[in-house]
Design a protein around this ligand. Sequence first.
Ligand SMILES: *Cc1c(COP(=O)(O)O)cnc(C)c1O
Length: 505
Amino acid sequence: MAQHEAIHRKTCIFKGMIKRIKELETIALGLQPDAHERKVARKKVTDYTEEFLKNIDSAKSFIHTPDQGIALLDSPIGESPLAIDKAIDLIRVNVDTPGINPASGGYLGFIPGGGLYYSALGDYMADITNRYAGFFFASPGAVRMENMLIKWMAELAGYPSSHAGNLTSGGSMANLSAIIAAREARQINSKNILKSVIYFTEHAHHCVAKSIRIAGLGECVQRHIPTDTECRMDTEALEKTIALDIAAGLNPWLVIGSAGTTNTGSIDPLEEIGRIAKENNISYHIDAAYGGFFMLCPEGKKKLKGIEASDSLVMDPHKGLFLPYGIGVVIVRKKNDLQKPFSFDANYLQDGNDQDTEAELSPAELSPELTKHFRGMRLWLPLKLHGLKPFRAALEEKLLLAKYFHEKVQSLGFETGPEPELSVVTYRYIPKTKKKLDEKAINAFNEKLVHEIQSDGRVFISSTMIGTQYTLRFACLSFRTHLKTVDLFLRILKEKTKLLEKRII
Ligand SMILES: *Cc1c(COP(=O)(O)O)cnc(C)c1O
């Protein structure tokens, strides 16, 4: 009897459970808009992005709003749905207005961004189909696509077929991966760390020092090798320093070169560093996050000669290939260098570890990531749909625009740094006053000039310190920057320097 009751009770509970599951299913179906709802939402989104693109040539490159998008917080994450028009309004006002507009051709600060349209469509497809690009087993095609792209970039750099690589979220993660790879290859550990020496210049990107710290290498000896007048590593000093370190019983193990510094676009003597690294049996990493893709045009290829001598290399497709933010690449000469730190074994992944991989490496064995965005698609689609020709043209155009600007800005009375090696020009204005201004006053003038240009907003520029001199930077890398953008900027410079000069005379 008691048993009977128990069965009856269980059946009731079960019925109740099924009822609840169905109720929940009805609510959860809200996550699956139907074809009509998708069409409506898609149209609103593309209307918005088309409007954005229609105005991109005249849009400001920098906008300061007093509220800086704070109204976004007035619409907290909550239980009830928001209509897509309202959501887009929130984005338009609070996200896509204040701050830098990296999609605009007038963005000439830091290292400019891009945002190729076909990348967005690639992301769209990758997001809808949601292929799992971590393992060959899970998506052989997605992994083949990523490996094919890495092979293309490795061959561009002149790396041998022993290479391996990984599409990362950006240059910082790629540099971190490379530094970890070098650490493992050279077996830097608690027994030798205090004696182990890393060499780079003060112009290396700050993410290099950050990566060294994150990789647990902060206790290594870190030597800043002096630079020449054009901010390139002084290789004589490098060679001497290494010799002294060896004589002192230290363990030189890593030299990091920059192929296009962020600051001035300078390229370290890549070949010469390669020779020194080889002779001293030191790992050689090159950070070409900014400059690497200039290899696609003849002048860049010549200037970046020697890149093939490195053990690892970083490039940023979200810079030099004009992709939207969120993609970098690390490539190592010997695939074991990435496999050693990042391969793994886990019982719950046993189905993914089949050996039938036709020698395709899986991204998950070559990076800290397991589940990841299928980044290959956003790179593959524009490369395929455009072909390489317009990429090569846009990069050569950037090199020439930088030379053009370097010339023209001098005729406006600016002092400039050396002729640009890539597409960064440094310059500053010495006001033509009766009384000679001291450096502090000159610096203050140039700082004001940057602020004037930023608050005007038609173009955006940034500045740097070269030694004690406040220096303006012209960084040209957006696929939307053309001759008319540079001419507009020159007119703005003329107008603003006159204005400020009047104020101090
Ligand atoms: C931009 C840049 C980095 C950092 O890359 P992110 O993609 O911003 O993480 C590293 N090195 C150089 C030379 C760069 O220009």
